[in-house]
Write a protein that binds this ligand. Structure first.
Ligand code: ATP
Ligand code: MG
Length: 570
């Protein structure tokens, strides 16, 4: 359907900003009548919201089909046995919504579909001749998020496009991964978004095997490190530090223990002893899987727990709390240091190696060491890149300097390998008749989150400003005075004529004051407004571009070419 009359639909606009909506997109989608909240993190898409959602879905379908993927639809209700087979029934935690049927059988509401698709393909595909195979769906997902917030950005019920690919070789996976990567770039570009594909953490699988698509926005929850001159971008957790630290030529002085009273933090100690933070060694106790590790970084740096975790190929690396630290090292957090520590392994960031005559805790309350020299005064088991990258650091690709930006993750592409096929026995017979686990990739897009991300990037003080590609309608026709016969009949005429020319048109045929109609039109944010007012009897209407505010009077006979011209540039 290309048409909609406002008198016959549901667009409940609000003048006031809803109290619990913190960010622009959430406020505007509520105020402009696109969505309504039913429960925390659970929303209805009203007619306008649904239209935008559908448009995003259509773009996704086109691009996914183009990339060789095939659409299917899987159930949201999934038997527990599948999740038990993969092991995720026990590891997914409370985010997975679980329920029982009348026979007391356990189920989950799909948070994602690796299990269902793997079981499906395992049962239907037996030979290498049927691979590769890429399947996708657009479907409602359920995750009992700890903090549902920001409207559609983090819901507990949300729409996701999820795709899964199956392969008989790594090369085939690489090829499809590359195609889907390209499809994602096209999708987000067609949605009008300002985004970056960033290298993300893939845990044990190594750096290059996963990318997140991030929409640049101050309300984003992730921080992206990007180069000011190249297209390098990575999640800050992932960005390697490539600084070559130079040792200064200062001669080593004699190690000395000094009283530092109650100075505990790096700031306090460096101020108290009047030494640069760069000369201080920050010592933090971590628990890496089941072992304690003392981690050293320079005073002006922060430990990157993901790098630490990856260094040990561990599954967890967590900072140990003050109480437990005291138990293990025998001293309070503010006084720990690496000298004379021999009950835990010591690892350090490369920057620590270059420190000469530095400062560290003395493992004795109220004391620090000065003139500390790594190697001479304590031994480090391993030096590695263990800190977070910082703004101003050189870009890891060798081009330019690093800057930070906040991002909203709208998409994720990931090489799964054989994680699920091995656990669930999804095997095929290769050319030699030998049984092999299928190699898999998975690819997600937050469809409803993408809608919110567009709203977040495209708005002004008056309301939403939709990019033409995904706007709920192309043209908003406003009959200013519904009691004026010339106006209502011309508005109807234009409405019908535009539809016949395959424009999607919303007609404001409500008996409302002009001020209300104009304010609502700005709030809803359809790209072009055609106002049928006082000059209706002369066949003249006013055309306004929402984005620029540009207005012109146009005779109805010239309207079609004028609209074509305007919309082509939006
Ligand atoms: P996040 O870190 O934001 O929780 P995720 O890593 O859990 O995301 P994936 O499991 O990769 O997300 O899911 C694929 C996509 O689904 C994400 O890229 C995101 O766009 C979207 N998504 C994930 N969780 C939500 C949610 N609670 N509400 C809306 N969209 C979501
Ligand atoms: Mg999540």
């Amino acid at each position: 359907m290309y048409d909609m009359k406002q008198s016959m639909t549901l667009i409940p606009t609000l003048r006031e900003v809803p109290a619990d909506a913190e960010i622009k997109s959430h406020q505007l989608l509520l105020r402009a009548g696109f969505i309504r909240q039913n429960a925390s993190g659970v929303y209805s898409y009203l007619p306008l919201g649904r239209k935008v959602l559908q448009k995003i879905e259509e773009i996704i379908r086109e691009e996914m089909d183009n990339a060789g993927a095939v659409e299917l639809l899987m159930p949201a209700l999934q038997q527990a046995e599948l999740w038990q087979e993969s092991g995720r029934w026990y590891t997914y935690g409370p985010e997975l919504m679980r329920l029982k049927d009348r026979h007391e059988r356990e189920f989950a509401l799909g948070a994602t579909h690796e299990e269902v698709i793997t079981s499906l393909v395992r049962d239907e595909v037996k030979s290498y001749k049927r691979l590769p195979l890429t399947l996708y769906q657009i479907q409602t997902k359920f995750r009992d998020e700890k903090r549902p917030r920001f409207g559609l950005l983090r819901g507990r019920e949300f729409v996701m496009k999820d795709a899964y690919s199956f392969h008989s070789s790594k090369e085939s996976l690489d090829e499809v991964y590359e195609k889907i990567f390209q499809a994602y770039s096209n999708i987000f570009r067609r949605c009008g978004l300002n985004f970056r594909a960033v290298i993300a953490d893939s845990g044990a699988m190594g750096g290059k095997d996963t990318h997140e698509f991030m929409v640049l926005s101050d309300v984003g929850e992730d921080t992206i490190a990007y180069s000011d001159t190249s297209d390098y971008a990575a999640n800050i957790e992932m960005a390697p530090v490539v600084v070559k630290y130079e040792k200064d030529n200062e001669p080593m002085k004699e190690l000395e223990k000094v009283k530092t009273e109650n100075q505990k933090t790096i700031e306090e100690v460096s101020a108290y002893l009047n030494v640069d933070k760069k000369k201080c060694i920050k010592s933090l106790l971590f628990k890496v899987d089941e072992s304690y590790v003392l981690v050293l970084v320079r005073g002006d740096h922060e430990v990157n727990d993901i790098k630490l975790k990856n260094l040990f190929e561990a599954s967890t690396a967590d900072l140990v709390d003050a109480e437990e630290t005291k138990k293990i090292l025998g001293v309070s957090v503010g006084s720990i240091g690496p000298i004379h520590v021999n009950n835990v392994e010591i690892v350090a960031d490369f920057a620590v190696e270059a420190i000469t005559n530095g400062v560290c805790g003395a493992n004795e309350e109220h004391f620090h060491y000065i003139n500390v020299n790594p190697g001479r005064d304590f031994k480090v088991a391993r030096y590695a890149d263990l800190r977070f990258i910082q703004e101003g650091d050189p870009s890891p690709d060798g081009q330019g300097k690093i800057l930070f930006a906040k991002g909203i993750e709208v998409g994720h592409v990931f090489k799964l390998g054989t994680r699920y096929s091995e656990a669930m026995n999804a095997v095929y017979l290769d050319e030699n008749g030998k049984s092999q686990p299928m190699i898999m990739g998975c690819y997600g897009i937050g469809v409803s989150r993408t809608l919110a991300a567009v709203a977040e990037q495209f708005n002004d003080e008056k309301g939403l400003v939709w990019p033409a590609n995904i706007a709920p309608f192309h043209v908003h026709v406003i009959a200013v005075n519904m009691k004026d016969e010339a106006q209502t009949s011309l508005a109807e005429e234009i409405y019908t004529e535009l539809q016949r020319n395959r424009y999607e048109v919303l007609l404001d045929d409500r008996h409302e004051r002009p001020g209300v109609k104009f304010a609502d039109a700005d709030l809803i944010g359809i790209p072009v407004r055609v106002t049928v007012g006082k000059k209706a009897s002369e066949g003249i209407v006013e055309v306004k571009v929402r984005k620029t505010g540009e207005m012109q009077e146009i005779h109805k006979d010239d309207l079609l070419p004028a609209l074509a011209d305007i919309l082509k540039n939006l």
